[in-house]
Write a protein that binds this ligand. Sequence first.
Ligand code: ADP
Ligand code: MG
Length: 823
Amino acid sequence: MTPLEDLLRTLGPPLQYLATAPPRLARSALPFRVLREKLALSVARTPDEATRARLEEVRGLLDGLAGGPLPPPAPASAVSGDAEASAALRRLMALVADLRAAPAAAPAPPRPYRGSSDAVAGQLQNLETPVQFVKGVGPKRAEQLATLGLTTVDDLLFHLPFRYEDRRDVRTISMLQSGEHATIEAEIRGVRERFAGRRRILEATAVDASGSLTLLWYHQIAYFRSRFHEGQRVLLHGKVEAAKGMARMLGLRVVHPEVELLEGQEDADTGRIVPIYTKPAGIPIGAMRRLVHAAVDQYAGRVPSALPTATAERRGVVDLAAALRAVHQPPPDADVDELNAGTSPAHRAIVYDELFYLQLGLALRKHNVVAERGIAFPVPAARTRALAATLPFAFTGAQRRVIGEIERDMAAPHPMHRLVQGDVGSGKTVVALHAAAIAVDAGYQAALMAPTELLAEQHCATLRRFGNPVGLTVALLTGGVQGKLRGRTERAIARGDIDLVVGTHALIQEGVAFKKLGLGIIDEQHRFGVLQRQMLKRHGTNPDILLMTATPIPRTLALTLYGDLEVSAIDELPPGRRPIVTRVFNQRRRESVLELLARELDQGRQAYLVYPLVSESEKTDLLDATRMARELAAGPLARYRVGLMHGQMRGDEKDAVMRRFRDGEYQVLVCTTVIEVGIDVPNATVMVIEHAEHFGLAQLHQLRGRVGRGEHRSLCFLLASYAQGDVARERLRVMEETNDGFRIAEKDLEIRGPGEFLGTRQSGLPDFRAANLVRDGALLRQAQEDAAGWLASDPGLASPASRSLRAVLEARWAGRLELARIG
Ligand code: ADP
Ligand code: MG
């Protein structure tokens, strides 16, 4: 489609609409402004003189309609204003008709790919048309739609139904049988409140030509009472049951039916599969459906399907325009269950499309990093062999695999950007040390940044223990290192006398300069922002970056969250670990759990007690750390030394408490979830978590990882409030069954969904319009593979064939993915 054709298509419907609704004209200058902009573009792109002249005239008319003060609403002048406007409109329509009829301007020289990507760009721009251009959407509806964030045609097209109702089979009341789910069209009669025992209920009768049926509501009675009146025509959907007790004679009933009011004279939406949309308050279900469908009728055909043909064919992905139509207006033979599950072929096409462009964007971002020049470290390094020989254990298979992946990255002439995921205790630190040894052997320095002083100290001790024997010098640089020692350390780093610097944020503060940084390692990377990673990077000349995390993230999430990183998993624990024994107890059995805990303390062990909240809250009766520390110290644990730590303490206060616990001064640490991931107190063998039902599984697993780090058997008690057969209990059972962080993470993601899993707000996940990471894992992996493949064959999306891909990519994701260097 040429820009001109496209423009004419766009102009047609609003003009017709305006022509039949002159009084509205005065209020709707907005569409003209949008059209004017489109027109300016078209004029500029039209080579043919005559056509251009006519377009200019159209532009003049639009200017007149859009600009200038509009006639005041006083009747007299409004008439003349309307008359003028109508004349202008008639002329406009004539011109447009004329332009449409005119033979297409001499075709431009064939430039197939450029041409097609321009068309894609034009189509995409079209989709940015305000919703007001959709038939049936006036200023009021537009405002209502905006409350759901639906402002453009594109928004409407991708506002997918959240549910489908099978109304291919609308029944009459006399045909209904108890036990079936059915849809009927009926009239409401006799809405009345009454008491059933001591309970107030709402009752009504639904009547059609064949019989009647009782409708019942137990909740939100006032609301439903105000909604239904005598004589209303409705579409009802629900489970039909036999009326109970005295009313049995009265036949069938439906409790809390889904009710759609049928307005005016319109026909019921029956005889087909009907999509149900989330909608703004104030727009009835039926009206919402009609206006989404109007958008589909008018615009779906213009949604560009720019996926590479071969890819789309291989994945069995149908054309996006057709998919949108099918999702909004399912054909009569569609599978309702598939539609409701979001797995129909049409859904899959839309989801795949969305995921492909996401992955393409991420792959591009990764590619930009990879394209930078970095250090090609010689591998294998002599010192890593020495290290392996002096370590008191052999690497696990998983460690060896990850080390291999790191070595491949480090040997490449581009900066490494790799994330290593591994459960607590899986042995990430020695893997990091191995990488550092490679860097140092090549004459570079390495730095390891941890989120807290305590963790930095702990890492420093470990790295010294294993690193010193192979000649690695290790120094600590945290906020706590001050005075002369600090000056000495900083100078040694600058001279290059220190091979491996371990620290906190202090590492990236001013005044710290490395002689030659070749590798930056970041522990618990999610605690640091991108900016901090960048700053560490700037310390060297594009050093390699290794990120580590003890929070296993399911692969699907990692692919979207860290699509621009390479990801490795240490998914195996060193041999001989004694699994932590986990038991779930009802909160009522708290005393017995405290007794078990005391028994461990008496044997010289230590324990953590975790609570969900910091301070007393009026709304909930959850135990809170502050109050409980006081009560426990005064009561059941009076014989023991009890410490308290919570999130409202300052960092140094927390570190001080944690040190006292580490050194055995405290036997019990009462705390909130602030106890650090990775903190190593081997003598702590009991973890008690109260109100465990308030935590996600992944978080429980993290907390549990604080114990089980020494030679003694460790215990984890999860106290929770639940009734018999409760889902809360079922969920917690997973914790009893496995110690595998990856399995738990998958389960947690399944149960809670991605937003909750990652902590909604700062999750960093893009807002999907159609995709669901729990459901669409397989499609995501395909999309990732395809996008990476495409980019490998055309790095930088420079080829003609990539131009439309790029147009879509920019429209969909550029802003959201910060693809600064997309071109
Ligand atoms: P992470 O940082 O992944 O939580 P660490 O690196 O602290 O785990 O390792 C936990 C403990 O296991 C440390 O004491 C470490 O020395 C030890 N360890 C690491 N790898 C092995 C291995 N392959 N075999 C035995 N012990 C190991
Ligand atoms: Mg490298």
